[in-house]
Design a protein. Structure first.
Length: 183
């Protein structure tokens, strides 16, 4: 998960997606201009906890190229962050999406091709399928999550709602369908 300061959007996405995907998947976050060492901003902290996440032990960290090399998937909060990732490590292009874009693309793939094994297996297969289903769009920022930092509570809530909706859509394809197939 990637945003700018790594104290609002990306930690919220990290903690919510971690809960949604389960303990077999490692989810982490960083910032392009991280406020390194800082905890989650208090308005977002409150929303994450209310949404079922846990922000204890969180400390913001700066994005570094080795993080991109090691990641199987990079989810950003804005198209500009996606550009930052690709500029830092161009080979990340096929595994980097905004979180809302990835959620939208997952909804358009043929889910019958996802293996009925583990969340990790399903995610590994889904990433290239999502990348292959990308189409040029007129407004690349339509999938951005607004930056709530130092804004009014309503902006934090809007950002959180967008993140929570994307996490739910991702989990619906990657986790919930897996549970259905086991029944």
């Amino acid at each position: 998960m990637l945003c700018t300061g790594n104290i609002c959007r990306s930690p919220a996405a990290e903690r919510l997606l971690s809960v949604a995907l389960g303990s077999d998947i490692e989810v982490s976050s960083a910032g392009t201009l991280a406020l390194a060492g800082r905890r989650v901003d208090s308005p977002m902290d409150r929303l994450v906890v209310l949404g079922g996440g846990d922000v204890s032990g969180f400390a913001a960290r700066q994005l570094r190229e080795p993080m991109l090399r090691e990641a199987d998937l990079v989810l950003t909060m804005t198209d500009a962050h996606t550009g930052d990732v690709i500029e830092m490590w161009p080979r990340a292009v096929r595994k980097t999406f905004t979180i809302r874009e990835f959620a939208r693309l997952l909804g358009s793939i043929d889910q019958s091709g996802l293996p009925p094994t583990t969340v990790g297996d399903r995610l590994r297969v889904a990433i290239p399928l999502a990348a292959a289903s990308r189409r040029p769009v007129a407004d690349r920022t339509r999938d951005d999550v607004v930056d709530p930092y130092r804004q009014v509570d309503e902006v934090y809530e809007r950002a959180f709602d967008d993140i929570r909706a994307a996490v739910s859509a991702i989990a619906e394809v990657i986790v919930l369908d897996l549970e259905q197939e086991r029944l």
